[in-house]
Design a binder for this molecule. Structure first.
Ligand SMILES: [Zn+2]
Length: 227
């Protein structure tokens, strides 16, 4: 399989955030919450939103909109904080030698991302499985890897592949399977207004590609309503 390396884009914004010491706090419960913002970036983004509000026919000086550019800027920084995360490092932090060689499946992982074409949200569920080859990772790390890639400007297809490749390259398992089901607001709110459509993408490596029975077992497990 052609493998592409995981995209960890060294943006200038990222560099700035890093030098300002702004970024992730160690998670308390497997998830991270960002309360800090990179002030220079907030200012820069805010300045543009004054213009944007005017351009759509609004009055940026109207009371309800006075702090909107700043709020949007902070929100955007949060929604793209995945650029500050190294998903492979998240996995490597919790690698354990283990003889288990059955399927490990984490299903119904919430996904929130931004489509890079319209900067509108797409959201849904990810189901991720791998078959260990001597090592496993902490279960909570899988949703964090999903989040680290989702909190960037994305297309669903690339998001699916990046999660697969990161787990494949880092854990070197016998196989990886990723399925994402998502609704795209750029489809639902605008354009063709297909309000109930869900887009499904999938990506496999190793035994999930080579052995139809393993792939079928995965599909059966993610389709089951057992929790
Ligand atoms: Zn879109």
């Amino acid at each position: 399989m052609a493998k592409k390396s995981v995209r960890t884009k060294p943006t200038t914004a990222k560099a700035r955030r890093a030098t300002n010491g702004v970024g992730m706090q160690e998670p308390q419960d497997g998830y991270q919450r960002i309360d800090k913002f990179e002030p220079e970036g907030v200012e820069r983004i805010s300045a543009h939103y004054d213009d944007i509000l005017e351009a759509i026919g609004e009055d940026p000086k109207r009371e309800g909109l006075l702090r909107t550019p700043e709020r949007v800027a902070k929100s955007l920084q949060y929604l793209t904080h995945g650029y500050d995360l190294d998903p492979a490092a998240i996995l490597r932090k919790a690698l354990f030698k283990e003889d288990y060689s059955q399927m490990v499946l984490v299903k119904d992982i919430e996904v929130y991302s931004l489509c890079e074409h319209h900067l509108l949200p797409f959201f849904g569920k990810a189901h991720v499985a791998y078959i260990p080859n001597g090592r496993i990772t902490g279960l909570s790390k899988i949703p964090r890897v999903v989040d680290a890639f989702a909190r960037r400007l994305q297309v669903q297809e690339r998001l699916t592949n990046e999660i697969r490749d990161c787990i494949h390259d880092t854990l070197k398992p016998l196989g990886v399977a990723v399925v994402i089901e998502a609704s795209h607001l750029c489809m639902q709110m605008r354009g063709i207004q297909k309000q109930n459509s869900v887009t499904t993408t999938s990506a496999f490596t190793g035994i999930f590609l080579d052995d139809p029975r393993t792939r079928e077992e995965f599909i059966k497990l993610i389709s089951a309503k057992l929790h």
